[in-house]
Design a protein around this ligand. Structure first.
Ligand code: H2U
Length: 342
């Protein structure tokens, strides 16, 4: 009796949440929504793009004729540094508090038509350097306790422009997802005296079946508790809290690993694979955070082709996430794609 071939629940120790895995359902028919494949831009410069070098943005600011990575303050920022601090509380049921912060947009390249994996490893290394610089710069502001770097890639994930870019938000409060992880990581460190992520990396290396790829400094796995079909977790082998702590060699290794991962994704369904990704790193609140171990989550929505996505609805909204394809099968598919390319 093979345990993993039966319906079962898997625990996510990063969040304390569960996912239902139903491996016997992988071949169920799909007669639902079919997405259109967004066409990739074919021109290196688009005069109508708000993010291309030399162009005027939506609120009138003009981009310089930048040549590498370009960062600017978001013209439609969700958070502002000057927001007055006010609390609202009615009988503990209606609670709110104002929030300070800062939002930036980061263009990976002046080239409108390239996506991250089409950049050279040294260009991606520059992106990693700017991620680290932005984390340090925003993290040093007195109203920023947490820096969230994230990328929405593809129209399917709500990206507003095909120009390769990500966002950096610094906030006074640690947001919900990061806070959940910090609590779990803290509890693990307190109870067992070791970092949860270091423990998990060792388990995955020993098991090897969920590893997608690895290099000297990073391991990329489909986590045991993955919710999205081809979700991955990017894990530094060394215990460190945030991007600014990465050595030059580790930054290069991260660039190399991310390029390989996204090439795998793109080749899986022969499409520019959409996803939301982001880093979780130690808060910048001035306290010591030995529990935090830098990592990146990739959440791609595609299920079994370029046009069929997984929906988080019904049972997911009311019960807990559910998946059909096992994380082990997803990792094997991605590994196969990587090997076919080698
Ligand atoms: P997304 O594609 O992930 O939405 O990120 C693009 C961001 O760029 C978005 O937050 C900002 C939007 O507010 N933006 C500007 O700041 N200026 C512009 O002229 C266009 C878009």
């Amino acid at each position: 009796m093979e345990f993993f071939s039966h319906p079962h629940r898997r625990y996510n120790p990063f969040t304390g949440e569960w996912v239902l895995v139903s491996p016997h359902r992988t071949n169920r028919p799909w007669q639902g929504q079919v997405e259109t494949v967004a066409r990739q831009p074919s021109v290196p410069y688009d005069p109508g793009c708000y993010l291309c070098p030399g162009n005027t943005r939506a609120k009138g600011g003009r981009n310089p004729r930048y040549e590498g990575v370009f960062v600017f303050d978001n013209d439609f920022a969700a958070l502002n540094p000057e927001t007055p601090l006010v609390e609202f509380d009615e009988r503990g049921l209606l609670r709110a508090s104002t929030e300070r912060g800062i939002c930036r947009v980061m263009c990976f390249s002046p080239r409108h038509d390239l996506t991250l994996p089409e950049l050279s490893v040294s260009d991606i290394h520059q992106v990693v350097d700017v991620w680290a610089q932005q984390t340090a710069a925003l993290g040093s502001l007195d109203f920023v306790s947490h820096v969230q770097i994230f990328e929405n890639k593809g129209a399917l994930m709500g990206a507003s422009s095909p120009h390769p870019h990500c966002q950096v938000w610094g906030s006074k409060t640690v947001p919900t997802e990061a806070a959940k992880e910090l609590r779990a990581l803290s509890a693990h460190l307190e109870e067992r005296g070791v970092c949860l992520v270091c423990d998990y990396v060792a388990l995955e290396l020993a098991a090897s079946q969920r590893i997608v790829l690895q290099n000297e400094h990073f391991v990329i796995v489909v986590p045991f508790w993955a919710v999205w079909p081809f979700e991955t977790l990017v894990l530094p082998r060394r215990h460190l809290g945030g991007l600014p702590e990465l050595s030059a060699m580790e930054r290069l290794a991260l660039a190399e690993a991310l390029k390989r991962l996204i090439v795998c994704y793109d080749n899986l369904f022969e499409t520019a694979f959409p996803y939301s990704m982001g880093f979780h790193q130690a808060p910048t609140d001035g306290a010591h955070h030995p529990e935090m171990h830098l990592h990146a989550h990739y959440y791609p929505p595609l299920l079994h082709s370029a046009t069929v996505r997984k929906f988080m609805v019904g049972y997911e909204m009311l019960g807990n996430p559910q998946r059909d394809l096992t994380p082990e099968a997803a990792a094997a598919r991605l590994r196969q794609v990587a090997e076919d390319r080698a």
